[in-house]
Design a binder for this molecule. Structure first.
Ligand code: C2E
Ligand code: MG
Ligand code: MG
Length: 712
């Protein structure tokens, strides 16, 4: 924001005001001083002129007196002719007339009259009389010198009187001048004092004004600073700013602009906070019920574990599922379903403490997280039981929606935790298992998760982390189980994975393959198997008895679904140098059913390489002729569960017979796995299955033993 003029002036006020004031005072005092001085000096000049005139007149009169006296004396001694006397007489008459005029002017001047009216009036009078006697004396001098001398004596009397009056006037004028000087001096001092006082008062005023204006400025600045502080520290809502609003409505354009800027900032902040809130709401809350969602639950659970670890208090989660929600939703419509869910959310929230978390997981599943319950397990269980029962009771109350009454019941599974002993997923899983137990127990029930189950879950988690390590530590190994024909001659071999665990010993694939499937670890493990098998195949192809064996490798669904599966197989074959015609991939029905189009495409690609396919565990899935027809299979492997009771169970016998017939019809060869007895072998052989795998011939064996077996 640009600093405007008035704000600038406000800032300069403390400097400008005293400076301006000092200038004014200076000007005014100098001006007054000059006027006073002019007046005084005029007066003085006038008085000096009068003084001088008075002195001059006295002198000139004295000169006339002296001249007349010497003239008379010369006349007396007859040294002057009558003509000379007459000339002097007329000169004296002129001189006296002139003096008379000047004396009149002097006597009429106001200053002279002021100092002494009597003297002023006497001056012209004596001058006139003096003149008269002098004129008479010079007039008569030629005729009667003695009378002339008498007249001169009279004239002298008047000259003396004139001089006295003139002297008195001079003295008084001089005195008056002194007085005037003193008055002027006094006036100057008092003026000086006035100026000084006025200056001080002005300064004080200016300082006061400056203080007031800077206070005003300071106050507004302070208010703006406070407002900005409040805005920057505002957590959820933007604060009200009444002072800034007052400033905005008040006077002073800068302050109005400043206040407007702060208010703009505030509204921008509100806008941003609303956007943030919306984004947060979308990410962490369920839009229908406004309850926290799964993501927020996971965060809160992690925090709850940490808190529980610190306080050693138990916490619990309740997983709720509405028993008949699906039916209501499907028969009454989604609108009713939504309303019901909102009502359920309200009721659950009404049953828990303020700090507890109620979450909608999705669909009709809700989770309640209860924290800091008790340090003891039994009292924790009692507390949770109570809350769960309250919720159950609240939810079974009839619910009126759009004038119809709906009834719903919950199944509630509870899992208790202390510290961070389980992962979030494990705990949710436990609650889920408990919830399903509640459903199994007839719904509208509460079930606690069984700790034994919990420890099984723990064991699974341990297994998973060990499985991750096993591949790096080379704990996997391949065993080989022979496949034979009707005469007991080796036809092929199946590679079976073994895990040589350093502590547990040999772990069966039945235990770890499903887990590896779930976690995705099957992909690297399966690749290892494939590469190992191809290397083995290639090395067998060098020497005699093993040369023609076809090696079957099991492929899991997840592994097969990898987009680069075909390339992986091709590369394993190429790098090992194994003949593709001797590699057989065993797929299960789950692989095939997943995405039939894609499966067929991949199988075709691999078949082009020369690889063959066997359908493992056939009969256990949902196999139908329909899709079997479409698949580019080479072999069907009858599952061992049918073989086991083939001689005693007529159903199994019938199924096996059907499978064999089907294979013949489709032009596929067939093999039976799990053949343990001669009776089973005979039955299969009699009904058209001439390839076998099972303990009757050999167990799965480590490499050397298997090779030794084939050599026999
Ligand atoms: P499968 O492919 O059906 O393998 C046959 C299973 O039957 C093997 O169990 C084998 O030891 C067992 N067996 C063989 N003859 C008999 C018999 O006469 N009687 C009985 N009761 N069982 C017999 P195993 O080795 O425990 O493997 C179990 C399953 O694990 C396999 O079933 C296969 O689905 C999976 N598997 C094994 N190795 C791999 C592998 O490398 N990759 C994948 N994806 N799965 C594998
Ligand atoms: Mg198999
Ligand atoms: Mg099998």
């Amino acid at each position: 924001m640009r600093i405007k003029h008035s704000l600038l002036i406000l800032f300069m006020m403390p400097v400008l005001l005293p400076a301006l004031f000092a200038l004014l005072i200076n000007y005014w005092s100098l001006y007054s001083l000059r006027a006073q001085h002019e007046q005084a000096s005029n007066q003085e000049r006038q008085e000096v002129a009068l003084l001088t005139e008075a002195a001059r007149l006295s002198e000139e009169l004295a000169a006339v007196q002296r001249r007349v006296a010497s003239t008379l004396e010369a006349a007396d001694r007859k040294r002057l002719s009558e003509a000379q006397l007459y000339r002097i007489h007329s000169e004296v008459v002129d001189q006296l007339a002139q003096l008379n005029r000047r004396v009149l002017v002097l006597a009429e001047s106001s200053a002279v009259r002021e100092v002494g009216l009597e003297d002023a009036l006497a001056l012209p009078e004596h001058t006139r009389l003096y003149g008269n006697f002098v004129i008479m004396a010079t007039d008569i001098a030629a005729i009667d010198p003695s009378t002339a001398v008498r007249y001169i004596g009279d004239a002298q009397q008047h000259f003396i009187a004139f001089s006295e009056h003139a002297h008195r006037i001079s003295a008084r004028l001089a005195n008056r001048m002194v007085q005037h000087n003193a008055v002027a001096e006094r006036a100057f001092s008092s003026f000086f004092m006035q100026v000084l006082l006025l200056g001080l008062a002005g300064m004080a005023g200016a300082v006061l004004l400056a203080v007031l204006s800077s206070r005003k400025l300071g106050r507004h600045m302070g208010e703006v600073a406070d407002a900005l502080w409040e805005l920057s520290h505002a957590r959820d809502v933007a604060p009200e700013l009444p002072k800034i609003e007052r400033m905005h409505n008040g006077s002073g354009s800068e302050f109005r602009d400043m206040a407007a800027a702060v208010l703009d900032f505030r509204s921008a902040l509100i806008g941003r906070k609303q956007a943030e809130h919306q984004a947060y709401q979308l990410a962490f809350y369920d839009p229908l019920t406004q309850l926290p969602n799964r993501r927020l639950l996971i965060e809160r659970l992690a925090q709850a574990f940490t808190l529980s670890e610190r306080t050693h208090y138990h916490g619990a989660i309740l997983l709720l599922d509405l028993d008949n929600f699906k039916t209501i939703n499907e028969t009454k419509g989604h609108e009713i379903g939504d309303q019901l869910l909102m009502e359920v959310a309200r009721r659950i929230a009404g049953c828990v403490r303020a700090g507890d978390t109620v979450v909608r997981l999705g669909g009709d599943e809700f989770v309640v997280l209860l924290e800091t319950l008790s340090a003891k397990a039994d009292s924790t269980a009692a507390q949770v039981e109570m809350v769960a029962e309250n919720i159950r009771t609240a939810l079974i109350q009839p619910c009126v929606l759009n004038d119809s009454i709906y009834h719903t019941t919950p199944s509630i599974g509870v899992a208790i935790f202390k510290g961070a002993q389980y992962s979030v997923e494990e705990l949710l899983k436990s609650a889920d298992i408990a919830m399903y137990q509640a459903k199994d127990a007839g719904r509208n029930t509460i079930r606690f998760y069984d700790p034994e189950m919990q420890s099984a879950i723990q064991a699974r988690a341990d297994l998973e982390s060990e499985l991750r390590r096993a591949l790096e530590d080379r704990e996997f190994q391949l065993y080989y189980q022979v496949q034979v024909d009707g005469q007991g001659r080796p036809l092929g071999v199946e590679a079976l994975l073994r895990w040589q665990h350093p502590k547990r010993g040999m772990v069966s694939p039945g235990e770890f393959i499903p887990l590896a499937e779930e976690t995705g670890l099957i992909v690297p493990i399966g690749l290892w198997v494939l590469e190992r098998a191809c290397e083995q195949l290639s090395s067998w192809q060098q020497n005699g008895p093993m040369r023609d064996l076809v090696l079957a490798v099991n492929v899991s669904a997840r592994q097969f679904r990898q987009s680069d599966f075909v390339t992986r197989v091709a590369r394993a074959l190429q790098e090992s140098g194994a003949k593709p015609s001797h590699l057989k991939l065993e797929l299960t029905e789950s692989v095939v059913l997943e995405n039939i189009e894609e499966t067929i495409a991949k199988m075709r690609e691999l078949k082009l390489l020369g690889v063959s396919f066997s359908m493992d565990d056939f009969g256990t899935g949902y196999s139908s002729l329909q899709y079997l027809k479409q698949l580019p299979l080479d072999q069907i492997k009858i599952d061992q569960s049918f073989v086991r009771d083939i001689t005693s169970d007529t159903n199994d016998a019938a199924i096996v017979q059907t499978i064999i017939a089907m294979s013949v019809a489709l032009g596929l060869n067939v093999i039976a796995e799990g053949v343990e007895t001669e009776a089973q072998r005979e039955f299969l052989d009699k009904h058209g299955c001439h390839a076998f795998q099972g303990y009757l011939f050999s167990m799965p064996l480590p490499l050397e033993q298997f090779e030794a077996l084939v050599h026999q």
